[in-house]
Write a new protein. Structure first.
Length: 282
C-alpha cells in the first residue's frame, strides 16, 4: 500500500482532515530527524513517519457501515477477520471470548423479527412521549428505570429503540453475516474491555480488506427470550452482549469525521511540576 502525504486543503477540512493532523505529521518528521542526528541512524533503517502508516489510515478512515449488499463476504475473509480478533491482546492473555458466525438467511430474519418485537415491547412501557397521558403517568416510571440503566437507556440507544419500534430502521442493518462475540466472565480483570479490543481488531481488519463492519450491542434484545439464549447456548460463564455485522458496503462511507478536541496533560517534570497541556485535535 502506497503511503499518502498529508495535504491540508479546504476540501480536506470538510472531510475531516485538518491542519492539526498535518501538524502531528510535521512533529513526527521533526522528531525523526532529531532521533537520526542523536543516534546517527540512517534514513534507510528508520520507518518514514512523514506520512500516515497503512494502519493509521485504516483507523482514521474507517466508518461504521449500516447499509450492506445482500451478497455475503467469502468465508476466507470472515476467517481472516476472526483471526484478527483471535490475536487481540487481553489481560493475562486470558482471551475471554469465543465466536460464532451467523450466515443463515432464516436465522438472520428470525433474529431481526424478534429483536424488533422486543424493541416494541420495551417502548410500549418506556416511551412516554407518545401522548399527554403517557407523559403524566409513564414519565416518572421511565425516569426511575433510566436511573438504574443509565448507559443502556442513554438518549442515543433510547432514540434508536424508538425508531426501531416505529419501523424506521433495522436492528442488524440487513447484514448478510453476523459475528457473535461471547464474553467469558471468568476472564482476568475486566473481560468486557478485552472484548472491546478483540472487536476493534475485527472491524479494522474488515475495513483493511475493503469490507464493511458495524458494532451492534442491541443483540441484548434477543437475550430477553429464553429460546434465543438456548439457541445460542448462553450459560455461565458466557454472556452475549455484542456482535459485529460484516458484509460488502452498499455505499462508500470512508473518510475521517470530526472528533472531540482533547486537552492532554503531559507529565514530564517532577512531582511538583504541573503538567503541560497540549491540545489534541482542531
Amino acid at each position: 500500500m502506497q503511503e499518502k502525504k498529508i495535504q491540508v486543503t479546504d476540501e480536506s477540512r470538510i472531510k475531516g482532515w485538518d491542519a492539526d493532523m498535518a501538524a502531528i505529521i510535521d512533529r513526527s518528521a521533526e522528531a525523526l530527524k532529531q532521533n537520526q542526528k542523536s543516534e546517527g541512524t540512517t534514513k534507510a533503517r528508520v520507518r518514514d513517519l512523514t506520512a500516515w502508516t497503512p494502519v493509521e489510515e485504516v483507523i482514521l478512515n474507517r466508518r461504521s457501515i449500516r447499509a450492506f449488499k445482500s451478497k455475503p463476504l467469502p468465508d476466507f475473509m470472515i476467517r481472516r477477520i476472526l483471526e484478527a480478533g483471535r490475536y487481540a491482546p487481553s489481560a493475562g492473555n486470558a482471551q475471554p471470548w469465543k465466536f460464532a458466525v451467523i450466515k443463515s438467511p432464516e436465522i438472520l430474519a428470525a433474529m431481526e423479527r424478534d429483536a424488533v418485537k422486543m424493541a416494541k415491547i420495551l417502548m410500549f412501557f418506556l416511551d412516554y412521549g407518545r401522548s399527554k397521558f403517557r407523559r403524566i403517568f409513564l414519565k416518572p416510571w421511565t425516569k426511575l428505570i433510566i436511573r438504574f440503566q443509565v448507559n443502556q437507556l442513554h438518549p442515543v440507544p433510547f432514540g434508536l429503540l424508538r425508531e426501531i419500534a416505529k419501523g424506521n430502521t433495522l436492528v442488524f442493518h440487513g447484514a448478510p453475516a453476523l459475528i457473535l462475540l461471547y464474553e467469558d466472565r471468568r476472564g482476568v480483570s475486566n473481560p468486557a474491555t478485552d472484548i472491546g479490543v478483540c472487536g476493534q481488531n475485527m472491524v479494522l481488519a474488515a475495513h483493511s480488506m475493503g469490507a464493511g463492519a458495524c458494532w451492534i450491542g442491541l443483540v441484548k434484545l434477543l437475550m430477553y427470550y429464553p429460546h434465543w439464549r438456548k439457541f445460542f447456548k448462553i450459560s455461565f460463564p458466557y454472556k452475549l452482549e455484542n456482535l459485529i455485522a460484516v458484509g460488502w458496503p452498499k455505499v462508500k462511507a470512508d473518510g475521517p469525521v470530526p472528533r472531540e478536541v482533547q486537552l492532554v496533560e503531559w507529565y514530564e517534570g517532577g512531582l511538583g511540576t504541573p503538567p503541560r497541556i497540549e491540545r489534541q485535535g482542531a
